[in-house]
Design a protein around this ligand. Structure first.
Ligand SMILES: NC(=O)c1ccc[n+]([C@@H]2O[C@H](COP(=O)([O-])OP(=O)(O)OC[C@H]3O[C@@H](n4cnc5c(N)ncnc54)[C@H](OP(=O)(O)O)[C@@H]3O)[C@@H](O)[C@H]2O)c1
Length: 287
C-alpha cells in the first residue's frame, strides 16, 4: 500500500495521477475534508495533518511505501520529520522523499531545509529514495506569465544565470516508478535536471516564439526585486528564501544537463519548447 501525502498540492496531485494510472494499491492524504471529497475516483482518501502525529499514525496504518512532500514553508523540517517518526512507529518500509536540487551542496534557503529532512531520513532505518528536482517549468506559468500578459516582460535579478527547468509531470513519473518498485531505487539520490539549460533572456525568446508576441526579460537589482515581492504581500521569510534560492543560480549552479532523468524515466523528458507550446495561451494578453 502506497500513501501519497500532499495530494492536494502540485507535486502530490501529479504523483497521485501517475500511481492511479499504474493500478498500484494506494491512498491519498489530504489535510482538509473538502480536498479529500475531491479525491479522484478509485483513490481512497485519508485526512491527516503533518502537525498531528496521531493523525499521521492512523493514515499510515497498513502502509508500506510513502511519498513525502510538504509545501515550502518554515515548518517543513518539523512536519516532514513527524511523518518519518510516525512511519517508523507504524512499520513503513520505504519513503520516497521530494527534496530539491541544491540539497547536496547549497546550505541555504529551501535546499538547506530539505537537506535536514534528508539527513533524518537517511539515519531513520527506513528504506528511502530521494528526489532533488530543479526548478519546475510550471513556475514559468505561475510566476512569469502574469507580468508577461500585462506588460510583455518579466523581471528578476538573474543576470545571465542558467536554469535547467524540468516539467513537473516528468518528476512525478520518475517518483511514481520509485513508489511502485522501491527496491529498484532503494538508497538512490536522484538529482533531476531538465533537458536544456537557458538564461532568462533565452527563455523570453522561447516564450515569444511560442506565444507569437514580443516578450522580454528585464534584469533588475536584487533590492528592487525584494521591494516588489514585499509590495505584492509576500511574507519576509518567503522573500528571503526565494532570493536565497535565486542566488544558487546566479552563483553558477542549477544549469547542468544530465542523463539522470531520462534514465529513470526510460524515455526522453519533455522539452522546454514542448512545454511552452502547450501553455502558450497563458502568455497571451487575452488569456
Ligand atoms: N517549485 C519548484 O520549482 C520546486 C523545485 C524543487 C523542489 N520543490 C519542492 O517541492 C515541494 C512541494 O511543492 P508543491 O508545489 O507541490 O507544493 P504545494 O502545491 O504547496 O503542495 C504542498 C502540499 O503539502 C500539504 N501540506 C502543507 N501543510 C500541511 C499539513 N500541516 N498537513 C498536511 N498536509 C500539508 C498541502 O496541503 P494543503 O493543500 O492542505 O495546504 C499540499 O497538499 C516543496 O517542498 C518545494 O521546496 C519545488
Amino acid at each position: 500500500m502506497i500513501l501519497i501525502t500532499g495530494a492536494s498540492g502540485n507535486t502530490g496531485r501529479a504523483v497521485l495521477d501517475e500511481v492511479r494510472r499504474s493500478g498500484a494499491a494506494h491512498r491519498a492524504m489530504y489535510r482538509s475534508e473538502d480536498d479529500a471529497k475531491r479525491a479522484p475516483a478509485g483513490t481512497h482518501a485519508v485526512i491527516a495533518d503533518f502537525a498531528d502525529k496521531e493523525s499521521l499514525r492512523k493514515a499510515l496504518d497498513g502502509v508500506d511505501v510513502v511519498f513525502l512532500v510538504c509545501s515550502p514553508i518554515p515548518q517543513l523540517v518539523e512536519f516532514e520529520s513527524n511523518v518519518i517518526d510516525a512511519s517508523r512507529d507504524t512499520g513503513v518500509k520505504h519513503i520516497v522523499l521530494n527534496s530539491a536540487l541544491g540539497a547536496g551542496d547549497y546550505p541555504k534557503s529551501f535546499p538547506s531545509w530539505h537537506r535536514a529532512v534528508e539527513d533524518k531520513l537517511r539515519t531513520s532505518g527506513i528504506g528511502y529514495t530521494i528526489f532533488r528536482p530543479n526548478s519546475f517549468m510550471q513556475n514559468i506559468v505561475a510566476f512569469d506569465a502574469p507580468s508577461i500578459r500585462q506588460q510583455g516582460a518579466f523581471y528578476a535579478a538573474m543576470d545571465d544565470a542558467r536554469i535547467s527547468y524540468i516539467d513537473l509531470r516528468d518528476i512525478s513519473a520518475a517518483v511514481a516508478k520509485a513508489l511502485i518498485s522501491p527496491k529498484d531505487h532503494s538508497g538512490q539520490v536522484y538529482e533531476l535536471n531538465g533537458p536544456q539549460a537557458v538564461t532568462q533572456s533565452e527563455l523570453a525568446a522561447k516564450i515569444s516564439q511560442a506565444c507569437g508576441r514580443p516578450v522580454k526579460f528585464v534584469d533588475i537589482p536584487e533590492e528592487a526585486q525584494r521591494k516588489a515581492m514585499l509590495e505584492q504581500g509576500m511574507p519576509e521569510w518567503q522573500v528571503d528564501a526565494l532570493l536565497g534560492l535565486q542566488r544558487y543560480y546566479t552563483g553558477g549552479q542549477g544549469g547542468e544537463v544530465t542523463n539522470v532523468l531520462p534514465s529513470v524515466l526510460g524515455r526522453p523528458p519533455i522539452t522546454l519548447d514542448q512545454f511552452l507550446a502547450e501553455f502558450k495561451d497563458s502568455f497571451r494578453t487575452a488569456a
